[in-house]
Design a protein around this ligand. Structure first.
Ligand SMILES: [Zn+2]
Length: 224
């Protein structure tokens, strides 16, 4: 009897620790919302020459640095920049994830685990707190061309809370993913200049052609 009493707290204690360890490792989808374009806050004024439709998966975290509203607004504004290419946002799938803190940072091995666990439709945009990568980029895109040994990350964008001009930064990274190209240009005012700035929003006809044809070929855009 005495032995049992002495053992009991230890047994309960280790059971709790074990349970906690399991809980901390778990990645789960807490909430999924499908929002068609007409239910999004900024009804997109799609130009008449729309030829392609885009569906985005938007990932954010319970207790993370991004609110649901900030995620939706950023994605809407970024997609609006792509309208000049005849690409219209058709709908977004909002995914709120419960995961340990380390998954809220872009860090190649950890982020690969996250993407593998979630198996989401692409292109997927992850709204993370920050990046652990060095050099640190405010936003980063992984196209098929540069996914190499990290296939889980292909066709994804990682946006940190620190990103300046975040709508433009996200639009820029989306072009990298859709066009499957890491190319930058020098033209003033172009979205694909190396440096993100409020006035850099334009895309040339050739850039639009490339992102439409490659994006459709890779199943990231749907023809109207
Ligand atoms: Zn770039």
């Amino acid at each position: 009897m005495r032995t049992i009493f002495r053992l009991l707290p230890w047994v309960i204690g280790s059971a709790l620790v074990f349970h906690l360890a399991i809980a901390q490792e778990t990645i789960t989808v807490a909430e999924r919302e499908l929002l068609p374009a007409d239910r999004l806050p900024r009804r997109n004024s799609a130009p008449r020459n729309t030829t392609h439709q885009l569906t985005l998966t938007l990932v954010y975290f319970t207790g993370g640095a991004w609110s649901r509203d900030a995620v939706v607004t950023t994605a809407m504004n970024a997609a609006a920049i792509l309208e000049q290419c005849g690409v219209r946002l058709r709908q977004v799938e909002l995914v709120r994830v419960d995961a340990p803190t380390r998954y809220r940072y872009f860090d190649t091995p950890v982020s690969r685990e996250l993407a593998r666990a979630l198996q989401l439709a692409k292109p997927a945009i992850y709204f993370v707190t920050d990046t652990r990568r060095r050099p640190a980029f405010d936003a980063e895109a992984i196209g098929r061309g540069n996914s190499g040994t990290r296939p889980e990350l292909a066709d994804s964008v990682w946006v940190t809370r620190a990103a300046r001009d975040v709508n433009i930064a996200l639009a820029h990274e989306l072009v990298h993913v859709l066009a499957n190209s890491g190319a930058h240009v020098e033209q003033p005012g172009n979205l694909m200049r190396d440096e993100t700035a409020p006035d850099n929003t334009r895309l040339t006809a050739a850039q639009c052609d490339q992102l439409r044809s490659v994006g459709a070929e890779n199943g990231l855009l749907r023809r109207e």
